[in-house]
Structures are given as C-alpha cells and as structure tokens.
Design a protein around this ligand. Structure first.
Ligand SMILES: [Zn+2]
Length: 447
C-alpha cells in the first residue's frame, strides 16, 4: 500500500461561507480509500488567507516531513488548496519530486504524463486568475449596490453613514459644502475659498485642488458614482442640480465632463517614496495648456497629501520606462537574487545584448538553459555550477511574469498582477531627479 499525507486548507473568507475543513477531509479520505492510499498524517491550515505558502505553517510542516520521507504522496481536495500561485506550484512540485513524493488532487487529474502536468500548470494559473477575478466580483457587487441608490465607498464629507450604503446629512459639514458652492459661484477662486476656510473652519486642512474635487462629487446633487457610471441616490442632496452643474461647468473649463482618464502606470504601490518610504500612489491628470491638452501620469506620495512628507509629484511614464528597461535586461540568475539591479547595463560593442537574449527566453523561443549557456560563452564568465531544480522552476515562472510585465499589449490589471508576483518593492535612488529605479525582487520562499 502506498502511504500518503492529507493536506487541508480553508481561508477565513471561505470559513465564513460555511466551507469547512471537515467537508474537504471527508472527500479526500474517500478518495484515498478508493485509490488504495494509507493515510499516515494530516496537515491543515485553518483560516489563513495568505497568498504565499511561506505563511502556512501546516503546509511547511508537511513539506519538511515529505523531505524526510515520511510518505509517498500528498492528497488534497484540489490543487488550489496546495498552491496559491504558479510559483508555489512550480517550486514545491519540483522539490518533492526529488524525494519521489507526488501531489495528488482528489477531484482533478494528477497523472505524471505531459498532459497531466500541463493540466496542473493550467489549474495553478486558473486559481491565480481567480484571485484576480475576486476584485472584479467585488466591483460588480458595488455596482449593484449603486444601482439600488446605495452609497459606495468612503463616507463623503457632509454626511454620516447610518447603515451600510445609507447616508444622512451631517449638518455641521453640510453647511460648509453648501458654502463652497455659494462662494465659488459668486466668483471666489478655489485658492481664496481654501484660505478663508482654513481660518473659518479649521477642523481640517483645505487646499485649492481639494475644493475642486469636493465640488465635483456627484453625491452633493443626490447621485451615486460607481466607477464611470452615475446613478440616482437614496440620500438627500446638499445643493440643487442647477447649482452643481453650474459649478461643474466652470470647473471643467466650459467643456463637457471628461470620462475617467485612461490608466497607464503599471507599478503603482510597489514604488516607495524617496523621502519617507511610504508607498507611492498613481494619478492621471488632464493638463490643459491653451488649445492642447494631454494626460499626465504621475506618482505622488500619500504622506505628502497628508502634509507629512515633502516629496513632489514625479512623472510616471519615463520612470516606468526605466523600470521596464531594467527588467528586460535581467539575467535568468537575477530572478532568484534578492536585489537585482541598479540600472540597465550598457551594451558593449559586438555583444548580443542580454536584453535581446532574455526576450527570446521570455517568448519561449529558446530555453533558459540555452540562453544561459550562450551568455556564459559570450561573457566567458565564471560560475559553472549546476542549478537546483527549485531555482530553475522559479526562473521559469518569474521569467514568464517578467515577460507579461514587458508585454504592453496585455491588459493593465494583468501586468500589474505580474509585477506584484515578482517585485517586492521599487526604491528611488539618486540625490536628485530623475531618480533611478532600484528594483528589489520578492524574496525566495525558503521553507
Ligand atoms: Zn513621502
């Protein structure tokens, strides 16, 4: 009889939906009995929604015992119980394969044929996409809420939240909102209103640009905004529609309201502030100079907005081009190092650039091994040591993720997702602008 361990996992979210370890255990045990496995051990991670295996103590104990040869197979209800992303999947399948231990799903094909392996790869990728889709589902739920006239998002200034989605006018603040429109429509500039308010209503800091944002909130004319759509709301308006529209017409420069500006920036919160270390945010502005207008994509420090940091806005597009160039210049080995680069290297004369070679790898035209051999010969470099299978697996998965980041034809959410899979953070180096990006890859998961 073959020996096997059972691995079970539920996330906090699943627990609240009534999925339990017991149902998984039952299914897996029935499978084990049917397939002739003797279960010698059970491991479980309960209520942990961490996306990386490193945070699952039960899983880690199971891997250690597997490496000690305590059983020949690991049974789980589904592969997505075992691996939360393709990197996990590649690493642990490889690691345990060295000891002859296989991962087996009670409900999905597990054979070691090429097609079986392919299916497992696909399933791992699908479960990763599921995580991505969860965001979409949340967005759909919000939209549904907005369609019913319920407020979504943070409680706007001027209201208090009395029940989920239900706003009630909060008079002390509401009066300030009405006053903003009154003064603006009698000719006060945004800057003047802000300065006056700082003296009259010092319970918060007022800035010209935020006065503009405030007056453009459709909440104040009784509407609900959810992404690009506007719906009638159940809450009481603070100003009538004509007042709101008059202010908006001036604020939009007598032009019809623009839709939401296009998003371009990929690395978002991965970038850290040069001055305070906070995560940077991204924003897109429509910049009008005379007749021409164009979008500006910038990084800004969230601390700066709160008055806690002196970091000024930084143009995002050129900065990201530097990051992309640096990623394209990575060597396969770099993908498993902690700190990978300072800047994109200069090409020496007569050298077929690493960039070019790595692109070939990422496109799947040559294997990592071929590329390494080629680059090694070309550089007549040292380091002839044999790579661990773990390392190869990580290089393969991370190479694919880097390829996705570099592929500008992919949808932005996918590129962002890929960036978060590989990159831990991006620091800004240099004393002055333009800063150089310094990329720190996610640490390897050391079990
Ligand atoms: Zn800062």
């Amino acid at each position: 009889m073959k020996t096997a361990a059972i691995y079970l996992r539920v996330s906090t979210e699943e627990q609240t939906k009534g999925h339990s370890l017991d149902t998984q255990r039952e299914r897996v045990k029935a499978f084990a009995a049917r397939e002739g496995y003797l279960t010698v051990e059970e491991y479980a991670d309960d209520g942990i929604s961490a996306k990386t295996a490193a945070k699952r103590p039960g899983f880690q104990r199971m891997v250690r015992d597997a490496m000690d040869g305590k059983f020949e197979a690991v049974l789980a209800y589904k592969f997505d119980r075992l691996f939360r992303n393709t990197e996990d999947h590649a690493v642990y399948t490889n690691r345990l394969a060295k000891k002859g231990v296989r991962f087996i799903s009670a409900t999905e094909p597990s054979d070691d044929s090429t097609s079986g392996k392919l299916i497992r790869d696909i399933l791992a990728a699908v479960s990763e996409a599921d995580n991505l889709m969860r965001g979409e589902r949340i967005a759909a739920a919000k939209k549904h809420q907005a369609q019913r006239g319920c407020h979504v998002g943070n409680t706007p200034f001027g209201y208090k939240r009395v029940a989920p989605g239900q706003l009630e006018v909060y008079e002390p603040e509401a009066e300030v909102v009405r006053e903003t429109y009154r003064r603006f429509l009698t000719g006060h500039s945004l800057g003047k209103i802000a300065r006056d308010f700082n003296a009259e209503f010092p319970f918060r800091n007022w800035y010209g640009p935020s006065m503009r944002m405030l007056m453009l909130r459709v909440t104040y004319k009784g509407r609900i905004q959810c992404r690009d759509e506007v719906y009638p709301g159940n809450h009481e308006a603070l100003v009538d529609e004509a007042t709101w529209d008059a202010a908006a017409t001036i604020l939009y420069g007598n032009k019809p309201a623009q839709g939401r500006p296009p998003k371009r920036l990929v690395f978002g919160s991965l970038v850290r502030c040069q001055e305070c270390g906070r995560r940077l945010g991204t924003r897109t502005f429509l910049n009008r100079t005379g007749e021409t207008s164009r979008y500006l994509h910038v990084y800004y420090c969230k601390g700066q907005v709160a008055g806690l940091c002196g970091f000024r806005l930084m143009g995002g597009i050129r900065f990201e081009q530097r990051i992309l160039a640096a990623l394209a210049a990575l060597k396969p080995d770099d993908l498993v190092k902690e700190v990978v680069h300072r800047k994109a290297p200069r090409k020496r004369n007569g050298e077929l650039g690493r960039e070019r070679v790595m692109q070939l790898v990422f496109k799947g035209l040559v294997t990592t091994e071929q590329a390494e051999k080629f680059l090694k010969e070309q550089a007549a470099g040292p380091d002839g040591e044999e790579k661990e299978p773990d390392t190869k697996a990580i290089i393969r998965v991370r190479g694919q993720a880097v390829a996705a980041i570099l592929d500008e034809s992919l949808a932005l959410p996918l590129r962002r997702h890929a960036a978060k899979q590989v990159i831990e953070r991006i620091e800004l180096r240099g004393k002055e602008r333009p800063y150089r990006p310094f990329i720190v890859l996610r640490p390897r998961d050391e079990a």
